[in-house]
Write a new protein. Structure first.
Length: 235
């Protein structure tokens, strides 16, 4: 039998107690949210179509193709999760190519994960490294986005993505679930948007600089109401 020292036992019990309290608090919040029937639907996109709102020309980049992006295989789950899905490749004569994916859900239940890079890239055989949060300066503020490198045998991508859930901008899957639960407790059913921008290059610094430049150009190319669809703080 393994002997546990007297000093280790209280610490272990304390850690287990904290985990139990945190887990219980989350379950309680989620349970109360589920018990209430939210009636106020927040949909910043409405009946507008992403394909019509996102311009074919963004800065020096121009729309080239709808294929070539990493996405999970189409299935019934993803069809049910998303109201709209936009995929585009943009090219510019003096810049790295840009791959843009936008996934929008008009009725958020906390399961906007199919197109998150942490899900779809490993499913496609990629290894994700160098994950970090990067702030992109925008007119009047900044956008906090997650950046990482996705590597496979014959392809390396530098990518950046962010999510909006209602009026929140969660940076993780756990924060996203909390955003949904808090909105439901207020009686709201929030919509959600995931924006993923990537480029093919081994050079991380050059790739992230290009992604930031495209992001700034994208926000400059759309009107204020569309900017708020992409980032609830943008004006």
């Amino acid at each position: 039998m393994t002997e546990v020292s007297g000093s280790a036992l209280p610490e272990t019990r304390l850690l287990d107690r904290r985990r139990a309290l945190l887990g219980g608090a989350f379950l309680l919040t989620a349970g109360v949210a589920a018990a209430r029937v939210p009636g106020n639907h927040i949909d910043l996109l409405g009946k507008r179509k992403l394909d019509a709102l996102i311009p074919a020309h963004v800065g020096s980049w121009s729309f080239y193709s709808k294929s070539g992006l990493v996405t999970p295989p189409p299935d019934q789950l993803s069809d049910l999760l998303y109201s709209q899905l936009l995929t585009r490749v943009y090219l510019a004569p003096d810049q790295l190519p840009i791959m843009l994916l936008m996934a929008q859900s008009s009725g958020q239940t906390g399961v906007l994960q199919v197109h998150r890079p942490e899900y779809c890239y490993p499913a496609g055989g990629f290894t994700l490294t160098d994950k970090a949060v990067r702030s992109v300066p925008l007119p009047g503020g900044q956008l906090d986005a997650t950046v990482m490198t996705a590597s496979a045998d014959n392809r390396v991508e530098q990518l950046m993505y962010w999510t909006r859930v209602g009026r929140d901008m969660p940076l993780s899957w756990a924060q996203q679930r909390w955003s949904v639960a808090r909105a439901n407790l207020r009686g709201d059913v929030p919509d959600a948007m995931l924006v993923r921008i990537s480029t093919l290059t081994h050079d991380r610094d050059a790739g992230l600089a290009t992604l930031a430049a495209f992001t700034r150009a994208l926000f400059a190319a759309v009107p204020a109401d569309v900017r708020r669809v992409l980032d609830s703080a943008a004006g």
